[in-house]
Design a protein around this ligand. Structure first.
Ligand SMILES: NC(=O)c1ccc[n+]([C@@H]2O[C@H](COP(=O)([O-])OP(=O)(O)OC[C@H]3O[C@@H](n4cnc5c(N)ncnc54)[C@H](OP(=O)(O)O)[C@@H]3O)[C@@H](O)[C@H]2O)c1
Length: 354
C-alpha cells in the first residue's frame, strides 16, 4: 500500500523517555503508517527527531496537530493526556493512551495484546489505554498461567528502574552515581544522603547505593498509587474484579527494566513442569531458568529487549496451588512503548481491514 493510503499516526510526547523508545520501535517494526507526526510541548517545537530513518520536525500540541490523524499515541503526563486525548478523539483519531488518565474508566478498555486483544475493539470514548509499566512487566506471563490454571491471588514485590519516572528519574540516578562513584560511601547512616544532597528528583530518598520502598503518591491507609495500580489494573486486564492482589513497590538503582517477585496462587494444584511448558510457549515470554547453570533473568540482560523474562520458577513449599517466579521486563519497551505500538497496530489493522 502507498504511504499516502496508509493511516496517519501522531506520537504525542515524542521527546520523552517513552517517546524516544517509541521512535525506535516504529523504525524497527513493519512500516504500516503513512505520515508519522511527532508532537510534544511548545518547548520542543521545531526540534528534529529521526523516525524510520527520516528527520521529522516536532510540532507543538494543539488542535491542528490532530487534523487528518487516524491513530494518536499519548506518551505524556496524566494531566496532559486527560485534557488532550478526548480532543484528539473528537477529531476522529483513535487514541492509544499510555498515561494513567483513563485506565480505570469503565468506558475505556485496558489492553495487553497478548492477554486481552479483543478488548481494544470496544472503545466508546475512542480511547484505548495501556497499563502501567509495573503491571505490564509481569502480566503477560501471569496471564498465560491464568489461562491454564485460573488465578486466585497475586502477591508481588517490584524492583523498579528509575526510568519508570521518566527522563527526570534517569537524570537523577546518573547525577547521584557520579557523586558517590569511587567513594567509600554507604558505610554509615546518612552518608549517601549527605553526598547527594537535597536533589532527589522524583524520588523521596537517594536512589544511588540504596533501595527506596516507594513509587508514586500516597493513597489510603499507607498504600502507594503504584501499588494500587498493580492491583486495579491486573484485575481489569484479567477480567477478575475480585482478584486478591498485594503489591509492594520498591525503586532500585537500575536505569531501565523493572523486576518483580511474583507469588501466584491458583484454583488447584500446579506443577513446575507444566508451568515451564506454558511459559516456554507463551507469546511474548522467554523462560530463562537454569539455577544450576546460574541462569535467571536480570535487568542488565533484559534491558532493550521485548519479552517478559521469567526465571526462578518454583512451586511454593507450603502450598501446592501456588507458584513463585522472578520476572524482568523492560519498562520502556513492553512496559510502555511496545505495548502502545502493538495496540496501535491492532487498531490500524482494524481501520484498514488488514
Ligand atoms: N517511563 C515509563 O516506564 C512509563 C511506563 C508506562 C507508562 N508511562 C507513562 O507514559 C507517559 C510519559 O512518560 P515518560 O516517562 O516518557 O515521561 P517524560 O520522559 O517526562 O516525557 C514526557 C513527554 O511529555 C511531553 N509533555 C510534557 N508536558 C507536555 C505538555 N504540556 N504538552 C505537550 N507535551 C508535553 C514532553 O514534551 P517536552 O520534551 O516538550 O517537555 C515529553 O515528550 C506518562 O504518563 C507515564 O506515566 C511511563
Amino acid at each position: 500500500m502507498e504511504r499516502s493510503a496508509r493511516p496517519t499516526l501522531a506520537v504525542v510526547g515524542a521527546t520523552g523517555a517513552v517517546g524516544t523508545v517509541m521512535l525506535q520501535i516504529l523504525s524497527q517494526h513493519a512500516d504500516i503508517w503513512g505520515e508519522i507526526r511527532l508532537v510534544a510541548s511548545p518547548r520542543s517545537a521545531g526540534r528534529k527527531l529521526t523516525v524510520r530513518g527520516e528527520e521529522v520536525e516536532v510540532v507543538a500540541l494543539d488542535e491542528a496537530a490532530f487534523e487528518g490523524v487516524d491513530v494518536a499515541m499519548f506518551d505524556v503526563p496524566d494531566e496532559v493526556a486527560a485534557e488532550w486525548a478526548p480532543r484528539a478523539a473528537a477529531h476522529g483519531a483513535v487514541v492509544v493512551d499510555n498515561s494513567a488518565a483513563f485506565r480505570m474508566d469503565p468506558q475505556v478498555p485496558l489492553v495487553v495484546p497478548e492477554v486481552n486483544p479483543h478488548a481494544a475493539r470496544i472503545r466508546p470514548r475512542g480511547i484505548v489505554a495501556g497499563p502501567n509499566c509495573t503491571t505490564l512487566s509481569m502480566i503477560v506471563a501471569v496471564g498465560a498461567l491464568h489461562a491454564e490454571f485460573g488465578l486466585r491471588e497475586l502477591v508481588v514485590s517490584s524492583y523498579q528502574a528509575v526510568s519508570g519516572a521518566g527522563r527526570a528519574g534517569v537524570e537523577t540516578l546518573r547525577r547521584q552515581l557520579s557523586l558517590v562513584a569511587g567513594t567509600e560511601l554507604g558505610t554509615s547512616p546518612g552518608d549517601v544522603r549527605r553526598a547527594v544532597g537535597d536533589r532527589t528528583g522524583p524520588f523521596p530518598e537517594p536512589v544511588a547505593l540504596n533501595v527506596v520502598p516507594w513509587a508514586g503518591s500516597l493513597r489510603d491507609e499507607g498504600w502507594s498509587s503504584e501499588e494500587m495500580k498493580v492491583r486495579d489494573e491486573s484485575r481489569k486486564i484479567l477480567g477478575l474484579p475480585r482478584l486478591k492482589v498485594t503489591a509492594t513497590c520498591v525503586r532500585v538503582p537500575v536505569v531501565t527494566t523493572h523486576s518483580l517477585t511474583v507469588h501466584a496462587r491458583f484454583e488447584g494444584e500446579v506443577t513446575v513442569d507444566r508451568t515451564r511448558e506454558i511459559l516456554a510457549t507463551a507469546p511474548g515470554v522467554v523462560l530463562f531458568d537454569d539455577p544450576e547453570a546460574g541462569e535467571f533473568p536480570t535487568p542488565a540482560d533484559a534491558v532493550g529487549t521485548d519479552p517478559t523474562w521469567v526465571g526462578r520458577v518454583r512451586r511454593a513449599l507450603d502450598d501446592p496451588t501456588a507458584l513463585d517466579l522472578f520476572v524482568c521486563g523492560d519498562n520502556l519497551r513492553k512496559g510502555a512503548a511496545l505495548n502502545t505500538a502493538q495496540i496501535a497496530e491492532l487498531v490500524a489493522a482494524e481501520l484498514t481491514g488488514a
